[in-house]
Design a protein around this ligand. Structure first.
Ligand code: NAD
Ligand code: MG
Length: 358
């Protein structure tokens, strides 16, 4: 397979599976962690690699003619490798073009980069997507062969501040926000979990993947139940597993689910499972759910503003609550947009980020 974002949390989990099940890695790509990339090159012996910055090329221990750079480099990487499978584990808007290219080249897109569907789901229609996320892997299992579905629910952990009082959120730092109770993930998605932007994005993803608008999220603080499916007859099925991304990655990588990826949960050892409503006071970003479902084009606005403010927060240059405020301001400004062409998405992403910086 072609692995984009190999040095991140999803990338590393994918490589654990590759090691264990002898998956051939034709290409590796990363942003800036060149020393880890060099280790991966030595172990997996790819045909090509791609990095973000031209200046880092000299640091990569690999024949220079086989190192590609930047967004164009990622496109070349996909074109040069004849593998059918691309795992897109790049974080943020930077992963969108890989998804578009995978679709253009008729490759299977194992998609962790949720921002791709959030910003441009309608342009990925018809792509051969296998979504990598615990919630969507759960939905795949729950919805298989089902017809009489009334509603689907995905779960949220509540993130780092589930137990905090709303008034205390004014003073939290990025270090606090990065303490996710259940999952070990990249910095951006960990902040997105604390603000609930992550769940908003997953709802939009589910809409594009399954065509449902009757979808909502509830909090299950242990992250053991990942999704629920309510049927018209009043029954509900739930999908449970321990919080380990290797399960959903494996479901995207392998045709057959016949491998022992995780140990089953022992329900006798789980003292209690509780569910909570998502408080819009604590997680104001989640109030955008119906707005986004009614006008999914706005995904690019929310994503761009979120990306801008999350990185500002991570670098210690704004407060936690500025993330939500920044998104609402950007939405006010760009509420009337309508997207007809893919290029407009790239244009708007840039414009919104400029607006946030102004
Ligand atoms: P991460 O920050 O740990 O890793 C991101 C990867 O992308 C790294 O390899 C990094 O070098 C690369 N990268 C960053 N900027 C880049 C750029 N401009 N160009 C090229 N490469 C770049 O992130 P992660 O937690 O692995 O998440 C990756 C994606 O998967 C995100 O979209 C996230 O929302 C999604 N996701 C993650 C998890 C999880 O458990 N970590 C679960 C579900 C979905
Ligand atoms: Mg998830």
């Amino acid at each position: 397979m072609i692995l984009c974002g190999s040095t991140g949390s999803i990338g590393l989990n994918a490589l654990i599976l590759a090691r264990k099940y002898n998956i051939n890695i034709s290409a590796l790509s990363c942003g800036e962690n060149i020393s880890l990339l060099n280790e991966q090159i030595q172990e997996f012996k790819p045909k090509f690699v791609c990095i973000k910055n031209e200046n880092d090329k000299k640091l990569v221990k690999f024949p220079s003619s086989k190192i590609f750079v930047g967004q164009n480099g990622l496109e070349k990487l996909l074109k040069e490798c004849d593998d059918d499978l691309v795992l897109n584990a790049i974080v943020g808007f930077a992963g969108f073009n890989v998804s578009l290219t995978a679709k253009k080249l008729n490759k299977i897109l194992a998609l962790a980069n949720k921002e791709s569907l959030v910003v441009g789901g309608k342009f990925l229609k018809g792509a051969n997507i296998r979504a990598i996320d615990s919630e969507h892997a759960a939905l795949n299992m729950l919805l298989k062969g089902q017809k009489n579905i009334k509603k689907i629910l995905i779960t949220a952990s509540g993130g780092a501040f589930f137990k905090h009082k709303v008034k205390d959120l004014k003073y939290v730092s990025s270090k606090d926000a990065l303490k996710h109770p259940n999952w070990s993930m990249g910095a951006k998605i960990t902040i997105d979990s604390a603000t609930m932007a992550n769940k908003l994005f997953e709802i939009l993803e589910a809409y594009y993947l399954y065509g449902f608008k009757n979808i909502d999220a509830i909090i299950e603080p242990r992250s053991l139940i990942h999704a629920l499916c309510e049927f018209k007859d009043g029954g509900t099925s739930l999908y449970a597993s321990s919080a380990d991304m290797k399960l959903s990655i494996s479901q995207a990588l392998f045709e057959k689910n016949d491998k022992n990826i995780l140990n089953s949960l022992d329900f006798l050892k789980i003292p209690s499972l509780k569910f909570y409503k998502i408080s819009l006071k604590k997680y104001p970003i989640y109030s955008l759910k119906d707005i986004l479902l009614n006008k999914p084009d706005l995904g690019v606005i929310v994503n761009a503003a979120n990306e801008y403010w999350v990185y500002k927060f991570l670098s210690g240059n704004c407060a936690f609550l500025d993330i939500a405020n920044g998104i609402f301001k950007a939405l006010d400004k760009f509420a009337d947009i309508k997207i007809n062409e893919i290029e407009e998405i790239f244009y708007l992403d840039k414009k919104v980020k400029e607006f946030c910086a102004s």
